[in-house]
Design a protein around this ligand. Structure first.
Ligand code: ACO
Length: 312
């Protein structure tokens, strides 16, 4: 039995905030933002709900996978910005997509959410609990952004990414495992405070990220008997270009191996990784047998990595 990615999708809301827009809002400059973060633009969900974005990404992934609503028997959504506390975004999605009465669950693991959600779905498939799982990471972060705090408001954008994971009896390939972790005692460094705003200690988050990302990459690859050089692409969470470059330098990786979208989209929390994956897929840059590693960290702190071979 294997669990493999059969299709991907994404949705970016149409409105865009440029660095020039931030120059009009706070004391900043394009040079500072690009130099310190790598970000140039981000998409903003002014007129769409989180569920609208999740639905659009899910429909795109289902179409890409060639699967009908009746095929889906599990929905896992990662989000820290649901439109409402309950019902879950997964149940909302089930209703919008006309899915049968299947397993629907939201996962709250902040920017590591996609890695956690894929793990849940893949293990469910491998143990016979599901055959076709829809995994969606959808984040409408911008209403939680404090647009008077120049150190954090420039970082965030909105968007959704989705994958369809399928199971079949073939041997090898597909999902090869993941490593998930959390460190709750550092949680105050990045949190949603009463009033629903993001509060973060940027330096603390930065230090944590550059320490744990190589740690989980190495542990997961060692467990799978693979090396960084075997990976066609590493898809890191997109929090800061300098964090991504630190990982790239650590392994002396060629630039094209590290997937970067932060310049166009900013940090969309758990949606970053599946959106990047969908871009690779739709650009025809993935071939069967390609080894892909996604790695992330986020509020919690949560962190982790997932490894899979692109398969047909
Ligand atoms: N424009 C101009 N100057 C600024 C800006 C800005 N937008 N923001 C901060 N500065 C100033 C600071 O006030 C400081 O000035 P000072 O030296 O006079 O005190 C100076 O620039 C340097 O500030 P630093 O905080 O040292 O800048 P740094 O290079 O560390 O970048 C940043 C800050 C971008 C926040 C970085 O630390 C970072 O990216 N950290 C990780 C953030 C992250 O990953 N968050 C995850 C959130 S995900 C989630 O779950 C929601």
């Amino acid at each position: 039995m294997r669990a493999y990615m059969a299709g991907t999708g994404r949705f970016l809301p149409p409105d865009v905030l440029t660095n020039a827009d931030f120059v009009r809002m706070v004391d900043t400059s394009d040079e500072w933002i690009v130099g310190h973060t790598g970000i140039r633009t981000r998409h903003i969900a002014r007129t769409v709900k989180n569920a609208d974005m999740a639905e659009a990404a899910a429909r795109a992934a289902m179409e890409n996978a060639g699967c009908a609503p009746a095929d889906i028997d599990m929905v896992v959504v990662s989000t820290v910005t649901p439109d409402r506390a309950y019902p879950s975004l997964a149940c909302d999605l089930q209703n919008r997509l006309g899915l049968p009465d299947v397993f629907c669950l939201d996962v709250s693991a902040a920017c590591s959410g996609f890695i956690y959600a894929v793990d849940l779905a893949a293990r469910h498939i491998l143990t016979g609990g599901a055959r076709t799982a829809l995994v969606v990471s959808s984040e409408k972060l911008t209403p939680t952004v404090d647009y008077t705090d120049r150190a954090s408001c420039i970082l965030f954008g909105d968007g959704a990414g989705a994958v369809v994971l399928k199971g079949d009896e073939r041997q090898g390939g597909g999902w090869l495992g993941s490593l998930l972790a959390a460190r709750g005692d550092d949680g105050a460094a990045l949190q949603c405070v009463p009033g629903g705003r993001i509060k973060m200690d940027g330096h603390e988050v930065f230090r944590f990220a550059v320490r744990v990302m190589p740690e989980v990459i190495e542990k997961l690859l060692a467990r799978a008997g693979r090396a960084v050089s075997d990976c066609k692409f590493i898809i890191p969470h997109q929090a800061n270009l300098r964090i991504i470059k630190a990982v790239q330098r650590r392994y002396a990786l060629p630039e094209e191996k590290m997937v970067v979208t932060i310049d166009r989209y900013g940090n969309m929390s758990s949606a970053c990784i599946p959106i990047a994956l969908d871009e690779l897929n739709r650009a025809g840059r993935l071939e069967p047998g390609d080894l892909l590693l996604a790695v992330g960290f986020g509020a919690g702190f949560t962190y982790g990595a997932t490894l899979f071979e692109w398969s047909e």
